[in-house]
Design a protein around this ligand. Structure first.
Ligand code: V55
Ligand code: FE
Length: 496
């Protein structure tokens, strides 16, 4: 192991672990319901080598795929690097060759033109295949049984976009996956590829459109009739990249926009509506239609949540002073000129989850992570932005009704996955990794904590977990996770 800079990107739950291993028969406190049968996959950035630059950031770390396999109340665990082209080149060299986050001009000349993506953001299951994704490149297919990397995924050579979002949306009724790739034609290209894959995983649509400015489009939403692209003023700039600078800079003075087109329509039908100035969002919760009106529920903040994207834009707002709210944007699609109405729904937070079945449809519950204002002591450092959330919220977006699950003092919570219950009227379960300090919160070694998976009743989160899966390890922070049922795993196109 080389020397890692002691910044928020490498301490606490971002401490490099760099280990591939398997564990059988994890200790379980309480009882895991038998209906929880499948795999909880996690995307974990964890650099295999010390970075080329000391100002390296957590988003720039090699993707690992981790898996909790749960069956009959028993749990096993495995974690492996995604063998991207970049990972293999650096492994052969025994050191980092790729430089700053999404800046190829900072790379070792020996890797010019090579695939820089890290596949470190979201495990995506569709059409019987598992992909590890990152928005700067195409996904990599991973064998869900062995966690071995099968290779880069381009829909049998059909996909033209050079990129693939980490946030596709799957319509549970049709089985189709709606997705996009921004910077589709290469570095800082303002074109976005809008795509659909059918239920069996065949690419059936790819059309390109231009965004009003070259922004990071981290997520998007669908409804029964529309594909919806909210965009925020965090922009890339080729000259800045050539000078060795940051890919993204937030612009506090520019408006946000929402692009809305018929989801089976043509990109020429896209209508843009202006939103508030200076705001930022990485994850939309869901969207749905009510008559002619489209509602978009999003985790909104008044500036960009990533310090390095604010700094590149000359914005001096400390992390603790960022404000936000779970917010609803509504647009009446029957109007000649579209207008956006905004109202708050709930407390600030991020890393949201809805049930697969309500994707793009009216819904009455969502879960997301937040900061418990009553929690004592500082938050656990680590995670993508450098400070972890410490509580789980459930909200009914129709009524605003809230429930909260706290975590132990100084602990971190990561995005929950949802498991459907076969029982009528039972809301299913959430699985979430909780990292609990072994010493006094905020005092001991921030790398010294124990990671557990909490099994939580989705409709009774305030009760706390009904079971805890103990790893006996300090796992590095995930970005996103995905639950895949045993039934889907059994129908996987790759065999074990
Ligand atoms: C995010 C995460 C990324 C990334 C861009 O959570 C945005 C937001 C883990 O990588 O490259
Ligand atoms: Fe994300």
């Amino acid at each position: 192991m080389g020397a890692f800079p002691q910044t928020i990107h490498f301490i606490g739950t971002n401490t490099p672990r760099q280990q591939e291993y398997e564990l059988e028969g994890l200790e379980v406190e309480g009882e895991i319901p038998a209906a929880i049968d499948g795999a909880f996959f996690r995307a974990v950035p964890d650099n295999a080598h010390a970075p080329m630059f000391d100002d390296d950031i957590a988003l720039n770390h090699d993707g690992m795929i981790a898996k909790f396999d749960i069956s009959g109340g028993k749990v096993s665990f495995g974690i492996k690097y995604v063998e991207t082209e970049r990972y293999l080149l650096e492994k052969a060299a025994g050191k980092a060759l790729f430089g700053r986050y999404r800046n190829p001009f900072t790379d070792d000349p020996s890797v010019a033109g090579k695939d820089r993506t890290l596949a470190n953001t979201t495990p995506v299951w569709h059409g019987g295949r598992l992909f590890m994704t990152k928005e700067d490149g195409r996904g990599y297919e991973v064998n869900p049984h062995t966690l071995e990397t099968a290779g880069r995924w381009d829909y049998e050579g059909k996909l033209r976009s050079q990129t693939f979002t980490a946030h596709p949306r799957i319509d549970a009724e049709t089985g189709e996956m709606f997705f996009f790739g921004y910077e589709a034609g290469g570095l800082c290209d303002p074109h976005v590829a809008y795509c659909i894959a059918d239920a069996d995983g065949n690419l059936v649509k790819e059309e390109w459109f231009e965004q009003p400015y070259p922004s990071t489009i981290h997520d998007f939403v669908i409804t029964d009739h529309y594909a919806i692209f909210p965009i925020f003023p965090t922009l890339c700039d080729l000259d800045r990249l050539k000078a060795g600078g940051a890919h993204w800079a937030h612009h506090q003075d520019l408006p946000s926009y929402v692009g809305i087109m018929p989801r089976y329509g043509d990109v020429s039908e896209m209508r843009w509506v202006k939103g508030p100035i200076g705001v930022s969002c990485f994850h939309e919760v869901n969207a749905f239609e009510e008559g002619d009106t489209v509602h978009i529920d999003l985790c909104l903040t008044n500036t960009n949540a990533f310090a390095f994207m604010r700094e590149a834009g000359g914005i001096d707002i400390p992390q603790q002073e960022i404000q936000g709210a779970l917010t609803r944007w509504s647009v009446d699609m029957s109007a000649d000129e579209l207008a956006l109405a905004e109202r708050p729904l709930g407390p600030p937070g991020d890393l949201c989850r809805v049930e697969d079945a309500v994707q793009g449809r009216p819904y009455d519950r969502a879960w997301y992570l937040s900061m418990n204002p009553e929690a004592k002591g500082p938050p656990m450092l680590g995670g993508p932005v450098g400070a972890n959330f410490n509580c789980l919220l459930r909200i009914n977006p129709q009524t605003g009704q809230l429930a909260m699950m706290e975590t132990p003092p100084g602990a971190a919570i990561s995005e929950p996955a949802h498991v459907v219950s076969p029982e009528q009227g039972h809301g299913g379960w959430l699985l979430s990794v909780i990292d609990i300090p072994n010493g006094p919160p905020g005092a001991g070694d921030p790398a010294d904590y124990s990671s557990e998976v909490w099994v939580i009743e989705a409709d009774a989160i305030e009760k706390g977990p009904i079971a805890k899966i103990k790893t006996g390890k300090a796992l590095r922070s995930q970005v996103h996770g995905t639950w895949v049922s045993r039934e889907k795993l059994a129908a996987s196109k790759l065999e074990g």
